[in-house]
Design a protein around this ligand. Structure first.
Ligand code: ACO
Length: 335
């Protein structure tokens, strides 16, 4: 069979833990308030896992959901690509662990470590594999458990209040026609800004990797973030990338029917939308309920927006994200 002209999303799924953690709950653990968090980020609550499962458990549920919607079984998947900055174990990556849970043995599986923009990179990889005939059905998964890796202390309050747990997945395969599916993607990275958002360790440059006498009061295993630098670059990067990706496919930003941005901060997304002239009716956000689930924000948002009936056949969708690295980009898809 010859390779298809376009790839598209054949199925989608999401999974968030049941336990809701409100801003007031966090205010009981550190010096913060519901008012501060809502005003600065738009977040009202997030979900935390309440069992022993890590990001692979959430990924499995989201993946089975996506497979069901695509009308496929795990045996139909010939490539699994996963994104997570909170893998179940240090190595091997979540893709191998998820593959074991889905009882698929043999086909390709690998991980991409691109934090908040991981899902865009993963979708672009899946699109390339499908269009070049390297794979037929690609399971693309973003999943995170942040709640066990953030610090519940005043010095980390600007980071901790932002993050939540969750997973989302899509199955990408051949588009039934040449009008629908992925039209273009635009991806970037700028390693000069590694220090603006990172977790320092444990890493290989430390000898030993986990130093003698290490305690959990050491900041280096917790995320460190220069929030205002991330904020400014995120607004600029996503706005420019949406303009680039639309122009590269012969469209204008006015043609976008639904903007589905990464959920890091509602204020970031409002400024991106304002710069692009996109009103609330043409943008989806759910950060108020889940916070930032990093690699999982875009597939969770897609699943919810579809469920709400806000996306119809033929709509031009634009996904955009920005995160640690810095890495960022956009993708354009005709639904
Ligand atoms: N509760 C109460 N006060 C707080 C909190 C908190 N949780 N966090 C910080 N503050 C205080 C600060 O200490 C500061 O106090 P000061 O004026 O007395 O010094 C004040 O609030 C203002 O702090 P800023 O950092 O200037 O606040 P800002 O308006 O920039 O908002 C925020 C901070 C929400 C972190 C914002 O900068 C942001 O969202 N940045 C982008 C974050 C982001 O996109 N991260 C992506 C991560 S995803 C990934 O790739 C993993």
């Amino acid at each position: 069979m010859s390779a298809p002209e376009r790839s598209t999303i054949l199925g989608w799924g999401a999974c968030v833990p049941e336990t809701v953690v409100t801003n007031d709950d966090l205010a009981g653990l550190m010096d913060t308030s519901d008012e501060w968090i809502q005003k600065r980020s738009g977040i009202k609550e997030r979900r935390y896992v309440d069992n022993d499962d890590g990001s692979v458990g959430l990924a499995e549920t989201a993946s089975r959901d996506a497979l069901n919607r695509a009308g496929l079984s795990p045996a139909d998947i010939d490539l699994i690509v996963c994104g997570s900055l909170s893998p179940d174990i240090d190595f091997p990556g979540n893709s191998a662990l998820l593959q074991r849970r889905l009882a698929i043995s043999g086909p390709m599986a690998f991980d991409v470590r691109n934090q908040c923009s991981a899902f865009l990179y993963l979708m672009a990889i899946a699109d390339q594999y499908v269009r070049t005939g390297g794979a037929s059905n690609v399971l693309v998964v973003g999943s995170e458990v942040h709640s066990t890796g953030i610090e519940y202390a005043d010095r980390s309050r600007h980071v901790t209040v932002l993050f939540g747990d969750g997973a989302g997945a899509v199955v990408i395969g051949a588009s039934p026609d040449s009008d629908t599916g992925f039209l273009a993607s635009d991806l970037h990275s700028d390693g000069r800004y590694v220090g603006a958002l990172c977790v320092d360790g444990p890493g290989s440059r430390r000898k030993p990797r986990v130093p003698d006498g290490w305690t959990d009061t050491d900041i280096y295993t917790y995320p460190q973030m220069d929030g205002s630098t991330v904020f400014k670059h995120a607004v600029r990067g996503m706005t420019a990338s949406v303009e680039t990706v639309t122009a590269s496919a012969g469209f204008s930003k006015d043609d976008i029917d639904m903007l589905l941005p990464h959920q890091a901060n509602l204020r970031i997304n409002q400024l991106v939308a304002m710069g692009l002239g996109i009103d609330d009716a043409r943008m989806a956000n759910n950060i108020d309920r889940y916070g930032n689930t990093t690699a999982a924000t875009i597939p969770i948002l897609l699943a919810e927006t579809l469920e709400e009936g806000r996306i119809k056949k033929g709509d031009l969708l634009c996904f955009t994200a920005f995160g640690a690295g810095f890495t960022w980009g956009s993708a354009l898809l005709r639904w």
